[in-house]
Design a binder for this molecule. Structure first.
Ligand SMILES: CC(C)(COP(=O)(O)OP(=O)(O)OC[C@H]1O[C@@H](n2cnc3c(N)ncnc32)[C@H](O)[C@@H]1OP(=O)(O)O)[C@@H](O)C(=O)NCCC(=O)NCCS
Length: 167
């Protein structure tokens, strides 16, 4: 049996799929989470993708509670980067409620999927987050974390030494 060719279909070889754009959105309540992103997968994403600087899932969950809280002195927001409904980057910003003493915004977590790093997604997510909040932004980063360079490029500087009493 001979195969038939449909003259309507092109015989051109298929080109590799073009990389689709990452969609960046700001989420202030849990109900605003985009398609394909649920809270447990978000917690898992931060926990897995922040490695080796990750926090425990229960602490990430607590930070999300704080960000989505409507209580006085709490709040914040999430910036998520998705591609075809898949979470590829996320950032959590908390409102410290302490503007005047310490910066009113704390950039707590930011992460991009390992296979998509170095393509400018993290920078875009950070820029969107910075544009979204009023006042100065504070963050902690280990001296040896390559993310420090990204923060410096965004204009972050080190003004104070952070000191801890380990107990
Ligand atoms: C930090 C992070 C969010 C940057 O995301 P990204 O999408 O790669 O960011 P960009 O592509 O916009 O910027 C890349 C910059 O991040 C830095 N970077 C950090 N880790 C990197 C990695 N594994 N690959 C490439 N760049 C990395 C580089 O210095 C690079 O700067 P350059 O352009 O001057 O070389 C990402 O590396 C990550 O998820 N790291 C693990 C989690 C983490 O450490 N978060 C910060 C905690 S304080």
């Amino acid at each position: 049996m001979s195969s038939t060719t449909n003259p309507g279909t092109s015989s051109k070889p298929q080109s590799p799929e073009a990389p689709s754009e990452v969609e960046i959105s700001v989420v202030r309540t849990e109900s605003e989470l985009p398609n394909g992103v649920q809270r447990p997968s978000l917690v898992r994403f931060f926990h897995e993708t922040m490695k080796p600087y990750e926090d425990l899932p229960k602490d990430i969950d607590r930070a999300l509670d704080y960000a989505f809280s409507t209580e006085e002195g709490k709040g914040g927001f999430l910036v998520v980067g998705t591609r075809k409904d898949e979470l590829v980057s996320a950032l959590l910003m908390l409102d410290t409620g302490m503007g005047g003493y310490v910066p009113s915004n704390l950039l707590l977590f930011v992460a991009t999927s390992p296979d998509l790093r170095g393509q400018g997604i993290g920078r875009k997510v950070c820029e969107r987050a910075i544009a979204e909040c009023d006042g100065p932004v504070k963050l902690h980063v280990e001296y040896d974390n390559p993310a420090k360079r990204l923060y410096e490029r965004l204009g972050f500087t080190t003004k104070y030494a952070e000191m801890r009493l380990a107990r």
